[in-house]
Write a protein that binds this ligand. Sequence first.
Ligand code: TXA
Ligand code: MG
Length: 332
Amino acid sequence: MQTKIVEINEQNLKLAVDLLLDGELIGMPTETVYGLAGVGTNPNAVKNIFKVKGRPSDNPLIAHVHKDYDISKICIVEQDYVKKLIDAFLPGPLTMVFKSNGVVCSEALAGGDTVAIRVPSHEGCQKLLKAIDMPLVAPSANLSKHVSPVTSQHVFDDLNGKIPLILEGGKCFGGIESTVLDVTCSTPRILRLGLVTQEMIKQVVGACDIAEHKESDKVKSPGVKYHHYMPNCETALFDFEDFDKALELYDDYLANGKTPYILCDGVLADKLNGRNLLNLGYDEKEIASNLYMRLRDGEEKADIIIAVLENKNTGIYDGIFNRLTKACKKVK
Ligand code: TXA
Ligand code: MG
């Protein structure tokens, strides 16, 4: 199969819809990362998503719908605060987990009784969802465990030959995946950290918990238990205080004829001028937006990515570190 990358216009949207209705999968841009989309009511398409990605079948998928879609067609809304969350954050990078009404097929829900629903704000994605007017289930369009894709080329690099079409939506500006929020209980609970933070949700609803994932727990958002986001090269993540050790490792690699790169924020990058750098930028949103891009750049040219980043403990930094600690081997 040849994988084509095409711009989003009327003709290509029609092509995408026809392919999807035939049970095929396509690469779909969103504002967070690219998704690997299939029709959520078609069990064969959904099974194929797991196969193409190499994803464990116990990890459920998010159903994506357009902004005027009536979500009560696919879920049961139990909590009154949901309306406030929709008004405040959708369309945007917030996924909510509801009781399913059985419309999205059970393969997509990994056999569970809840369905995760997301309304992406990416304009091209909205056009596709409007054109098909059905829930499209989509995990990130990377091979399982690899760094999530933020350009159409990243999707191509991982899935070339496995899917017929990728819609070109430019670089994803959000850069890390949506916040996943359980809204089946009286207090909403964050299952995966993202750009919509606990503070932001608290301001709207009054309260918001963060699920703690311990090794022994029966995990409520199964995706969080797996290794993720790993570049195809060596990695080392240092505490910010151990910055000197990171530089020592960098020098060791250089001395051995290898090519190390340092992944860091703009402030540190300015100080380290002259070394091989993967500069994440200055503020938290910019850093989130660049994270996967730089990890993918890094794996192309580095023998090792040495990450040193200060956690400023804002909600967004927590989301960034959640990804970074899974992507890179922590040096103690
Ligand atoms: O930003 C995003 O969310 C991207 C774009 C493509 O929309 N999608 C994405 O999908 O990150 P994926 O499959 O890579 O991650 C989905 C996460 C996983 O951690 C999964 O366990 C969780 O959402 N999830 C999905 N359905 C769930 C459910 N019913 N209950 C709890 N967690 C669920
Ligand atoms: Mg993923």
